[in-house]
Write a protein that binds this ligand. Structure first.
Ligand code: AMP
Length: 998
């Protein structure tokens, strides 16, 4: 704050020139202070006289632009009580007035003088006196009262006597002033007063430089509470930030208040002690928002002083959007630990973040997918994967470290390049890119669903349907399955197989809607069914409607007949599965019944490693060599023929760690033993099926030699079942059997005969998935002509082996089916030893004499019948694995079919059951109304009706007990027809069992 005096009576050296009137009122007393400087004191003390009105007014005081001024009065005032006798008129206050005017000319003063001269004559009176009064009142009326001033202190006689001067100081402010100047006046109405000094001043806000902004010397506003906003001016080469112009507020007290905004140094400069200084080398200041120069961030530099930015050192980059204080960064290194997980034609790729992120957080991953062209193909190299391959969530700009690549081609090699990129990869250019590559081979995949099924010619009992090959066959289509059923009757459906893409479905009801679905099968299995297509047969013809009516009348005659018709209808409804029954045109039928081992083009065939001269070559053809350092042996889990079986983790580079079983070849082996040991790997390595134990690889380059397979947590099936006696549901057991049958179907399709199928050679994983293992024995038996006759060490699994294999080493898939029947029995009896403690010789004899194992406890009849069929003496009468899988699937789909258990006569625990005496449990309350002839008609074998009747098979229950030999005996000579009838009989058994109330 600056105080500016406009008037200070003390500092005026000469005459003050103030005017008093009347002249005998205020009078100036010329005094000097101790320094002999004049003191202009005005006093008046006419307390004894009435009607005092004494004025003293200053000369014109220039405001200098101030709108508010302060007046400081110093005075002494006499206490009226101290005055002898003058109390009546004595006053202790005086008034202060002011009068604003732009012109402080002499007139006023002269007027005053005149006034004073005029009034000089004392008390007044006469004409002149009146004029004077009028003039005086006009002049006084120009004045505005500021205040009545009283003393804080007054002095008494005593005080005077003590020579103590009680000086009062009063300050009043005045405003708003609008003129150039003003007069002050003091009015005394009869007090005893001495005005020692009068000071008039105003306050200013002084020039101020703050935050590089200069605020000029400023006169405050007119109101006491007013703040005058003043804009600052940026100095020293500084700049005002946009919207932050510097401002300050000047208060009435002359103080700067409320600073707003600021000035800052230009980029490249910083504020030091209120001035802008250039940034040193190595430092920069880029934006106005920061106040001081900063050291260049890592990997950047500023060679010159006054830098507004630092430049990145070589190999480091900065994007336009990177903040100036961010370090220069570089592209990331390649992703690490990339692994792939192939699931059919999808690949799940996973990797770890790069070791070097380049200093950025905006890292992303891109995938480059290329198909490896088969050798000799055009270009012989790589081809972009194209738009049909799907990447989930996307191919480029992946934030996570995994991606799912779907819809690849099956059995195809792919090369994936995984690249990590970040915000500066583009700036760094292509040469900076680092990839990790992964080579992946897709597996087989089931075909995609058939998309459209079309209707062709429609008859009253038939509909021709056709369909197109699936969009993605993923292999060679071996056959199609056509599933159909009457609309809203989907619990009873028929399945027909065909190798063609069209067929005529007959034996349909007239005027009825049917639902059709088609699916394709390749060596990888079935694809999903197409969606449902609904087609309608043509309406009745008159003749047939008559017939129907007749039959309706007949049906209504007796309830029993209706029941029988229902059973017959069920039989005829055509729920068909390869094994149980089929109703197809001759070609389809031929496919169905004769293709068990037909090699369709594209189905791989098992290669006997024996055909290789060098067994090592065979091993390495089919098995991958694994570096022993990738394997850790942790536990011994069993004893194999050649050495211990252990388990532990396998960590192949680029692959997820998995648990494996490690079969070792014990030390001191002969070359022959080594060959035999690795034989199993050469065989196993050729298989790729979920129910065949999977070979991971072999270790042959170091000792001990090892075979590495997937680890099966629950070990071998026989021990597992014994440990968990009666713990599983029938459906779980059938599920296990289904898995084994599926594995065996695969092996038989490959042309491989196992020869040692037994529960001990099935392994079980933690999900109860059963897998066929132990592929060594076939060679041992083949090589050793004595083997069949040897009783040593269980090498010849007599109890599991079909009679023809024991008798003359006729090992076929049909003999594997026999063994499968024994496995079924083992499973259903929770690991019971087949034929218990009977000797091998007794077993051979009993089987020769047509005795068979009795049904295990609580075994569903349908399963026991399947076992018995597997144990048909005539090997061609045994079901194929394909048919077994199909029947088991059917039982699983229809669990109520498993509810019928064998009656006790088939469960005699220590007696074998005569094969021919196995009866089908038919409820006596139900007799079949259908004749044998009708039944034969329904399977298009009506031509044999007479032969059946002549052979003594005149009722369905006698037919249900026929064996294939019986069928041949009655005179059915054609193999296809024998099969059709046998299958019909087997399905009849299943249905009869299903229809028995439990
Ligand atoms: P093997 O020589 O194949 O009969 O194996 C001997 C025993 O080792 C088997 O009975 C199993 O208990 C155990 N074993 C063999 N392979 C595996 C495997 N892949 N997973 C778990 N256990 C196995």
């Amino acid at each position: 704050m600056i105080l500016v005096n406009l008037l200070d009576s003390r500092s005026v050296a000469g005459d003050l020139g103030w005017v008093a009137y009347p002249r005998n009122g205020w009078e100036e007393i010329g005094e000097v202070d101790e320094d002999y400087a004049p003191i202009h004191t005005y006093q008046v003390c006419r307390v004894m006289e009435q009607n005092q009105n004494n004025w003293l007014h200053t000369n014109w005081i220039l405001t200098e632009g101030a709108q508010r001024v302060f007046i400081e009065l110093k005075f002494t005032l006499r206490d009226c009580n101290s005055l002898p006798g003058g109390v009546g008129t004595c006053k202790e206050t005086f008034n202060m007035y002011y009068y604003e005017t732009d012109e402080g000319d002499e007139t006023d003063a002269e007027d005053g003088d005149e006034m004073m001269d005029a009034g000089g004559g004392g008390g007044g009176g006469g004409v002149g006196g009146v004029m004077e009064e009028v003039d005086r009142s006009i002049k006084e009326s120009r004045y505005t009262k500021v205040d009545t001033i009283a003393a804080d202190e007054s002095f008494t006689e005593l005080d005077l006597g003590d020579r103590v001067m009680k000086l009062n100081t009063e300050v009043r402010d005045l405003g708003p002033l609008t003129r150039k100047g003003f007069y002050l006046a003091f009015q005394d109405l009869g007090s005893c007063i001495a005005l020692v000094s009068v000071r008039v001043f105003y306050k200013r806000c002084p020039l101020l430089v703050k935050s590089l902004a200069e605020f000029p010397d400023t006169i405050p506003g007119s109101e006491a509470s007013q703040l005058v906003e003043v804009a600052g001016r940026c100095v020293n080469g500084s700049l005002a930030l946009l919207d932050e112009r510097p401002r300050m507020h000047c208060s009435a007290e002359g103080e700067w208040l409320v600073p707003i905004g600021k000035c800052v140094c230009q980029p490249g400069f910083e504020e030091i002690n209120g001035s802008c200084q250039v940034c040193r080398a190595g430092f920069y200041r880029s934006v106005l928002q920061t106040s001081s120069c900063s050291k260049c961030p890592p990997h950047s530099r500023a060679r010159q002083t006054g830098a507004t930015a630092c430049t990145c050192v070589e190999g480091y980059y900065k994007t336009d959007t990177d903040p100036p204080n961010m370090a220069c960064t570089r592209p990331p290194s390649a992703p690490r630990n990339a692994i792939s997980n192939v699931n059919e034609t999808s690949v799940f790729l996973e990797w770890s973040v790069p070791l070097e992120t380049g200093g950025r957080k905006d890292g992303r991953y891109n995938i480059l997918c290329r198909r490896v062209l088969p050798e000799g193909g055009r270009g012989g190299g790589l081809e972009e994967c194209g738009p049909n391959v799907r990447f989930l969530p996307r191919r480029m700009g992946l934030a996570n470290t995994s991606v799912m690549v779907a819809d690849l081609q099956s059995h195809t090699n792919y090369s994936f390049l995984l690249e990590a990129v970040n915000g500066v990869s583009e700036l760094a250019g292509g040469h900076s890119r680092q990839y990790v590559s992964l080579n992946v081979t897709t597996n087989q995949a089931a075909p995609s669903p058939v998309s459209v099924v079309r209707k062709g010619h429609v008859g009253k009992n038939s509909i021709a349907v056709s369909w197109a090959e699936p969009d993605r066959p993923n292999g060679i289509i071996l056959e199609y399955e056509i599933k159909y059923f009457e609309k809203e009757q989907d619990s009873s459906y028929t399945i027909i197989k065909s190798t063609k893409t069209e067929m005529v479905v007959d034996s349909l009801k007239p005027s009825s809607a049917y639902i059709f679905q088609v699916r394709a099968r390749t060596s990888a299995g079935y694809g999903a069914f197409s969606r449902r297509f609904e087609f309608q047969t043509s309406p009745y013809l008159a003749a047939s409607s008559e017939r129907t009516q007749v039959s309706v009348v007949a049906v209504s005659i007796t309830l029993a007949l209706v029941l029988m018709a229902l059973v017959a209808g069920f039989l005829l409804s055509g729920r068909r599965c390869g094994y149980s029954k089929a109703k197809q045109d001759p070609e389809e039928e031929k496919m169905h019944f004769h293709n068990g081992h037909i090699k369709f083009p594209g189905v791989r065939t098992y290669v006997d490693p024996h055909t290789y001269e060098d067994p090592n070559q065979a091993v390495h053809e089919f098995a991958q060599e694994i570096d022993v350092s990738f394997i850790s042996i942790e536990r011994v889990i069993g004893a194999g023929e050649f050495g211990e079986v252990c388990s532990g983790p396998l960590r192949l580079p680029g692959k997820r760690e998995i648990q494996v079983a490690i079969k070792t070849l014990k030390a001191g082996y002969t070359e022959q033993q080594r060959r035999d040991f690795l034989w199993e790997a050469s065989i196993m390595g050729q298989f790729d099926h979920p129910n065949i134990i999977h070979l991971e690889g072999v270790v042959t380059k170091s000792k001990p030699v090892m075979i590495i397979t997937e680890y099966m947590e629950n070990g071998s099936l026989d021990t597992f079942l014994k440990k968990n006696d009666a713990q599983f549901t029938v459906i779980q057991l059938v599920g296990m059997l289904r898995g084994i049958a599926s594995g065996m179907r695969y092996l038989s399709d490959m042309g491989y005969v196992h020869r040692d199928l037994a529960a001990r050679n099935i392994l079980v994983n933690s999900n109860l998935v059963c897998k066929v293992s132990d592929f060594g024995l076939s060679r041992v038996l083949e090589d050793d002509p004595e083997a069949a006759y040897t009783t040593r060490g269980g090498k010849i699994p007599i109890r599991w082996t079909a009679p023809e294999a024991i008798a003359y080493r006729k090992f076929t898939s049909a003999s594997d089916v026999w063994s499968y029947g024994i496995v079924m029995w083992e499973v259903m009896s929770y690991g019971e030893r087949p034929y218990w403690e009977m000797s091998n010789q007794d077993v051979i004899k009993a089987v020769e004499e047509s005795y068979r194992l009795p049904g295990p406890m609580d075994c569903p009849a349908a399963l026991y019948h399947l076992m018995m069929d597997c144990w048909q003496r005539e090997r061609s009468s045994r079901p194929k694995f394909e048919e077994i899988v199909c029947l088991l699937d059917k039982l699983i789909r229809n669990p109520s079919s498993l509810k019928t258990l064998l009656n006790s006569s088939h469960r005699v625990s220590n007696l074998l059951v005569e094969h021919a005496s196995v009866e089908v449990a038919i409820s006596t309350s139900l007799t079949l109304s259908q004749t044998v002839g009708e039944w034969l008609d329904s399977i298009k074998m009506g031509r044999y009706t007479e032969l059946f009747t002549e052979g003594g098979y005149s009722s369905l229950d006698t037919v249900a007990q026929m064996t294939s030999e019986d069928v041949r005996r009655v005179g059915v000579n054609l193999a296809g027809h024998q099969k059709k009838i046998i299958n019909g009989i087997q399905e009849m058994r299943v249905h009869l069992i299903n229809s028995v109330p439990i």
